[in-house]
Design a protein around this ligand. Structure first.
Ligand code: NAD
Ligand code: GLY
Length: 348
């Protein structure tokens, strides 16, 4: 088992290994004493992994309850959020109790936001069950839900007390969901470590998770509140979030980010923000990994959603500019330039 300490304001460990779930209660007891733990999960993950965790928690003296919502990005909304809060209040959870976020990034973001806000904040544990959530979503404390106007527009930064990452859970993940995580891993490679690409291609999950968590650790420790450097982890997301929303989430996060990275890389070069055009190599890498990189939505719609990006401050947006595969920098561009930026990125 590999262990990382994330030294944020409230530090916590990320444990990465095989078959950790059956001992979940033992790991959790190192950071949360016996109490009432509410498992928040989705309909798919519930049927596969809830029982083993509940059994282990009960063996370690925890009282458990469970709230299950329908799987999928469609559920990441105010309605589900409110239903979960009401269910927890019905179960009389109080501030000495906690939450287990069991699932992919949707569950992690939702349950984390519930934890951040229920009774002004209670502890929670992230148990990621997708490649996407293991390498990114479960670590760093970004929690939130979508509004009709766009992705993740309501949220909080609320760090978990522990991240328990058992990559054996990927065994039940359909190939298409696994591929979503591949896109986020490629993002990590483009932003910080080009050598990761060979390991991603080789499906060396343990190595890729460890490196992505290690990269995320250094970025989050340097900028926990997402005021600067952390925005580098958003490469491809200005366009990607728009594509998710415009497709009514039929394009999932990972596949949207893959498309978004290529558009943003092309745009950065064509707008003269970088001398190096990585878009050709990136297109080849992603295509060989099975991604469809077509973007079939109009410029004006993508621009409209880009204007809801959280990297906007005043009349400027911070974009992530690739200087090579493995190195990116942040650059503010004015909102008046953003339209042209997207237009250039969409051209063949
Ligand atoms: P997801 O949570 O919707 O999971 C994908 C699907 O796989 C779901 O249907 C789920 O039920 C199913 N599933 C999960 N684990 C499974 C398993 N082990 N076996 C079988 N089925 C399983 O999607 P995701 O790709 O994990 O996450 C995407 C979400 O994460 C997006 O909402 C995105 O915005 C968010 N995200 C957040 C952060 C962050 O830093 N907070 C980072 C990246 C992504
Ligand atoms: N997933 C991007 C971040 O955590 O900042």
């Amino acid at each position: 088992m590999k262990k990382f300490l994330i030294s944020t304001e409230n530090p916590y460990e990320v444990l990465i290994g095989e078959a950790l779930l059956k001992d979940a209660g033992a790991y959790i007891s190192t950071c949360i004493p016996p109490c009432h733990l509410c498992i928040i999960t989705d309909s798919t993950v519930n049927s596969i992994y809830s029982q083993v965790i509940m059994t282990s928690l009960m063996e370690h003296g925890y009282r458990t309850s469970k709230v299950v919502f329908p799987a999928g990005e469609h559920s990441k909304n105010l309605n589900t959020y409110s239903n979960i809060l009401e269910a927890m209040a019905d179960e009389s959870l109080n501030r000495s109790d906690g939450i287990i976020a069991l699932g992919g990034g949707v569950v992690g973001d939702m349950a984390g936001f519930v934890a951040a806000t229920y009774m002004r904040g209670i502890p929670y544990i992230q148990i990621p069950t997708t490649y996407m959530s293991a390498i990114d979503a479960a670590v760093g404390g970004k929690t939130g839900i979508n509004l009709l106007s766009g992705k993740n527009l309501v949220g909080a930064i609320w760090q978990p007390s522990l991240v328990l990452c058992d990559y054996k859970t990927f065994d039940s993940l359909p190939p298409s969901k696994l591929q979503d995580g591949v896109a986020e891993a490629i993002k990590c490679a483009v932003v910080a470590e080009s050598s990761l690409i060979e390991h991603i291609k080789a499906q060396d999950y343990e190595y890729v998770i460890e490196r992505c968590v290690s990269i995320k650790k250094s970025v989050v420790e340097a900028d926990e509140r997402d005021m600067g450097l952390r925005q580098i982890l958003n490469f491809g997301h200005t366009i990607g979030h728009g594509l998710e929303k415009l497709s009514a989430f039929s394009i999932p996060h990972g596949k949207a980010i893959a498309k978004g990275m290529v558009v943003e890389a092309k745009a950065a070069f064509r707008q003269g923000l970088t001398n190096v055009d990585i878009s050709g190599d990136l297109t080849e890498i992603l295509t060989n990994l099975g991604f469809d990189l077509s973007v079939d939505y109009p410029l004006e719609d993508l621009y409209r959603f880009a204007l809801m990006d959280k990297k906007i401050s005043g009349d400027k947006i911070t974009m992530i500019i690739p200087e090579s595969i493995g190195k990116c920098r942040l650059q503010k561009i004015s909102l008046s330039e953003l339209h042209k930026f997207i237009e250039l990125g969409l051209q063949p």
